[in-house]
Design a protein around this ligand. Sequence first.
Ligand SMILES: [Zn+2]
Length: 517
Amino acid sequence: MWTATAFLLVATVLGGEEPIQADFVIRGAMLYDGSGQPGVKGDLAIGGDRIVGVGRFQVAGRPREIDGAGLVVCPGFIDLHTHSDVPLTVSTTKANLCYLMQGVTTVVTGNCGAGPVDVADYFKKMENSGIGSNVIHQVPHNDVRKTVTGNVNRAPTAEEMKRLEALVDKAMTDGAWGLSTGLYYTPGSYATTEEIIALAKVAARHGGFYASHMRDEGTGLLASVTETLRIGKEAIIPVHISHLKSFGPKNWGRAADAIALINQARANGQAVSADQYPYWASSTSLAAEVIIPKYREGSAQDFQSRLSDPVQGPKIRESIQDKLVSLDAGPNIHIATYKPNPAWQGKTLDAVAREKKSDLLDAVLDIERHGGAQVVNFSMSPEDVSLIMKQPFVATASDGSSQIPSDTVPHPRSYGCFARKIGRYAIQDKVITLEHAIRSASGLPADILKLPERGSLKAGYYADVVVFDPKTFRDQATFEKPHQYATGVRYLFVNGKLAIEDRKYQNVLAGKVLRHQ
Ligand SMILES: [Zn+2]
């Protein structure tokens, strides 16, 4: 697995040839700088919150020495796509431990159009109580729109549009890095492309980017990619496709067509990127999976009244039934979280229906009547997942959230995403190279964010650094037992502080809120 190194790493140190002051020196490790270059053997020094030496250099004083023999040193991982907005403000999950254990030092929130709209208040909360990793936030379109119009299926009025623009402008001024949409969800799905273009223009004025959970990742995948590209062109803003996939058994094998569209745009000079979690299953609410947006306007209560309406009710049932068939939902959809009956967590919809002695449709409607469920859906083909992973514009991102072990059976990505891509796909199965896997988790997301002084092993950069053992760096979280921390991270530095030492969390909250300048 080690790349033979024919060339010598050019040492970079702060302060030229003089011995450097450092708190830590990691000796004789394989250094992967996050650029996609193969690893080279060398040392890395950390002083204060910065990397102060990379390669070969003299140190002054007596810094703590870490033997890096057989270990990989690389930039701390940057997760472009998490839903940790609320968990990072809650005492039990603010440490972001399930991510630290994977080597993640920075997470991005505000994804899929969901998250705090009052960015200043959100940042202040986290700064007051402390966080385990760095945080970057995006303005979430769905919640901005809910604030102004509620969950309604209509275009905003001219006056409402001004308020939407003002909220995006305020959030960007307060340090958000871009605008995110969830056009698959409500009320985002009720927005026209023109509405999104207008709001993306506001983010563009601040030098931000546009990230999207697109309208349709299944049958409408290519139309959705085309819409995203159009938003980028007309708003003159870099676009980023969240969790790129070809969703649903009927659409398997079509990832190549989406990639071709993206490559064409990139060849024409457009800034387009994407991210992906390395699993065949996705996860969201059962309602979002099987109830089309036009029936999800308003509240869950409104949905129930629509369902008992003699005209609309039968149409809704028919539409859900069609979805259940097209997704082959019975065996493919598993319950992740369902408070009214935790015993169903981990079971397939088929198993739930059998237990209730009902058909699939009635099982789904019963779950919705009791507040709905989060589900895991085996919606992707392994071939599509591998093909997407190989693309140079695809970053690794979990789509998970900070959590701690409980009786729920969520998607394992929150615990395993980065260890799986690097440990399993690169080191073990060699689907991609180790340097490609590391770049997709560090240098590439930093480039996409235009994140200064992170995402690379360079003297002067912030010391977000992961030290892992390539023999044991693996995801342990499975679909059956997801609450398992990843193994193999020996040391993790967040802003120069040791958050993990000798595989153990040090009860350190060294993360910072990173504001877009
Ligand atoms: Zn999403």
